[in-house]
Design a protein. Structure first.
Length: 194
C-alpha cells in the first residue's frame, strides 16, 4: 500500500502567492527547454515539472501526469499519473479531469470506477470539454456508470455533433474501441524509447 503524503500546514496568502510565482517560473522554464528539445534536457524538464507540481502549478501537474502515464523520461507510473491528474482536476484543470475520467473508466492507475468516471465526464462536459460531452453520451448510451438512457445520450451526441465532434455518431449500436490517452502537449518532437 502506498504511503500517504504528510499533511501540509496551511499557508498564508503571501506564501501561496510567492509559491505560485516560483511554480509558474519553473513551469515556464520547462516549456522553454521542451521547445528546444534535446534528449539531454528530459531529466531537467522532469525536475522542473516536479518542482512546479510541488507548488501546485496546475499545468505542471497535468503535464507531469501525462509524462508519467506515457513513461517519458522515467518509468511509466499510472498510479502517480492518476494522483497528479486528480490534484490538477481539484484545482480546476478540465483536461486533467478528462484524463482522470478515462483512467477511472478503464482502471488505469486507479481502481476501476465507472460511476466516478461518469461523474468526472459530466463535470468536464459542463466546463465545455467537447470530448467529455461525447463520453457522457456514450456512457448514457451503454449504461456505463449510470442507467442507460438512449434519449439523453442522443441529446449529448447531438450537442457534440453540433459543435463539430467527429466521433459523435452512434447509429450503429457498436461499442467504441479502446480510448488512448492524449500525448503530452509540449513534448515537442520527443518520442519515448521503446
Amino acid at each position: 500500500m502506498p504511503s500517504a503524503r504528510p499533511k501540509r500546514r496551511r499557508r498564508t496568502g503571501r506564501e501561496v502567492s510567492a509559491m505560485n510565482d516560483v511554480a509558474a517560473g519553473l513551469y515556464r522554464r520547462a516549456l522553454q527547454l521542451a521547445g528546444h528539445y534535446r534528449e539531454r534536457n528530459v531529466t531537467r524538464i522532469l525536475a522542473l515539472l516536479e518542482e512546479a507540481a510541488d507548488g501546485d502549478h496546475v499545468e505542471a501537474l497535468f503535464e507531469l501526469g501525462n509524462w508519467r502515464h506515457h513513461g517519458i523520461g522515467a518509468e511509466r507510473d499510472d498510479e502517480r499519473a492518476a494522483r497528479l491528474w486528480a490534484r490538477a482536476a481539484e484545482l480546476g484543470h478540465v483536461e486533467a479531469g478528462f484524463n482522470l475520467a478515462i483512467a477511472c473508466e478503464r482502471g488505469i492507475g486507479v481502481e476501476r470506477d465507472p460511476a466516478r468516471a461518469f461523474a468526472l465526464y459530466g463535470r468536464c462536459a459542463e466546463a465545455g470539454n467537447l470530448d467529455a460531452q461525447y463520453e457522457v453520451g456514450r456512457c448514457l448510451y451503454y449504461g456505463i456508470g449510470t442507467a442507460p438512457d438512449r434519449a439523453a445520450a442522443q441529446a449529448r451526441f447531438d450537442t457534440a455533433r453540433r459543435f463539430g465532434h467527429a466521433e459523435a455518431v452512434c447509429d450503429d449500436g457498436e461499442p467504441d474501441g479502446p480510448r488512448r490517452m492524449p500525448r503530452p502537449s509540449f513534448a515537442g518532437p520527443f518520442r519515448p524509447a521503446p
